[in-house]
Design a protein around this ligand. Structure first.
Ligand SMILES: *Cc1c(COP(=O)(O)O)cnc(C)c1O
Length: 390
């Protein structure tokens, strides 16, 4: 995936750095836009996956809205030029300050996660003499069949209101004069690759939509959240998710009347494949039981493997294409941080590696640089953008 010219330029750069393939990002955005427009679906990009300025500009220019999970993200989206009418604000713990900020920007909607939150937004909106659009987040109890840390739609998760609270939610909404219910919101988890999961979601959304409509409460927007996964194992073979197949599921299985809008909140699917974390091997330890490749990048630059044992493809970058004759060894590829969990991959087969070799950790565009930390007083993250290479 990297050509000789890129590699020559990489070798002159200080590592580690995030490398952004801006052409791939553009192709991904276009593919998602085309597939969603065909069905008249609205996509809000989930900023939390990556709020890098250059990415946000590209995403905004491609016509997407923004899905935010903090007041600062709402502000960031506004500053990046997203139309407030296309900004939503989700999250289980919105503070009063964050709610006021979002009310001030007159964003499209709050995705509300509890009855208490409905009441607080109502009060704050009243104080400000305004009205808040809300979408009620319903926990549909659908198993996303993904890592348990990134499953959010089961009864045992902290997100949304459950079935038993719906009756009360509906009556609270009715009694709140400064709240307008515009939609229902669902988000069941992340890195979902089994399309049947989305089918099950559609069935639940239909049920809840009917529940409201039977009670004479019209629902304008069905927001089905995000969660579409990517292929971490084969980033070159599958550089983009199958957006067409994804949107088709909802087109086929979601009951909606012609005035009803369908909203999506994609994060990872739009940005993950367009970045790699490029790092240098500092030391190689050939132990009795194991070989270690110690990198100058660690969990402080990319936390996903340490946080949820996430898999990322790891490659040694080299000018010579690997051949049958290339000798390989298995390495535990680790970072320099003083934590045993600072490990990018165990028993990774790589061409025999030495100090100074460049290593790419692929598919790092989502939940990568945004989770970076200063732990161990590490350097600020560095970036290289494909269109800025000479
Ligand atoms: C994180 C999040 C998303 C985006 O999830 P992806 O898996 O990156 O698509 C969408 N909606 C909500 C409410 C979220 O919390």
């Amino acid at each position: 995936m990297f050509n000789a010219q890129q590699l020559a330029q990489f070798s002159e750069k200080e590592t580690p750095f995030y490398y952004y393939d801006m052409a791939l990002l553009q192709r991904t955005l276009e593919s998602a836009r085309e597939a969603s427009q065909k069905n008249n679906f609205h996509v809000h990009y989930a900023l939390k996956a990556n709020f890098n300025d250059r990415l946000l500009t590209a995403i905004k220019d491609a016509g997407f809205g923004a899905d935010c999970v903090s007041g600062n993200e709402v502000q960031k989206a506004v500053d990046a030029g997203f139309d407030p009418k296309k900004i939503t604000f989700a999250g289980v713990g919105k503070s009063d300050k964050e709610i006021r900020l979002a009310l001030g920007h007159q964003i499209f909607a709050f995705n509300v996660e509890s009855i208490e939150e409905l009441q607080v937004i109502n009060e704050l909106a009243a104080e400000m003499g305004t009205k808040a659009n809300v979408a009620l987040r319903i926990n549909p109890n659908v198993d996303a069949h993904t890592h348990h840390y990134i499953t959010t739609g089961l009864d045992e998760n902290k997100f949304g209101v459950t079935k038993s609270e719906l009756e009360r939610s509906a009556s609270v909404i009715k009694s709140c004069e400064h709240i307008e219910l515009v939609g229902l919101h669902f988000h069941i988890g992340s890195q979902i690759t089994d399309m049947n999961v989305f089918k099950s979601l559609c069935v639940k959304v239909n049920e809840w939509k009917n529940w409201f409509e039977e009670r004479g409460i019209p629902i304008k927007v069905l927001n089905v959240g995000g969660g579409l996964g990517i292929d971490y194992h084969n980033p070159d073979e599958n550089p983009m998710p199958d957006f067409k197949a994804y949107f088709q599921i909802f087109d086929q299985f979601l009951d909606r009347n012609p005035q009803q809008e369908v909203h999506f909140e994609l994060g990872r699917a739009l940005v993950a494949q367009s970045a790699s974390l490029v790092s240098r091997v500092l030391y190689v330890k050939n132990g009795q039981k194991k070989n270690f490749a110690i990198l100058d990048a660690g969990m402080t630059e990319l936390m996903r493997p340490a946080l949820y044992q996430a898999y990322h493809k790891i490659e040694r970058l080299s000018q010579d294409a690997p051949s049958e004759a290339t000798e390989t060894l298995n390495y535990d590829v680790v970072g320099p941080i003083c934590e045993s969990s600072d490990c990018f991959g165990k028993e990774v087969t790589l061409p025999v590696t030495q100090r100074g070799d460049l290593i790419a950790i692929r598919s790092a565009g989502a939940y990568g640089e945004v989770m970076a930390s200063k732990y161990n007083l590490r350097d600020e993250i560095r970036y290289v953008y494909s269109d800025e290479l000479s």
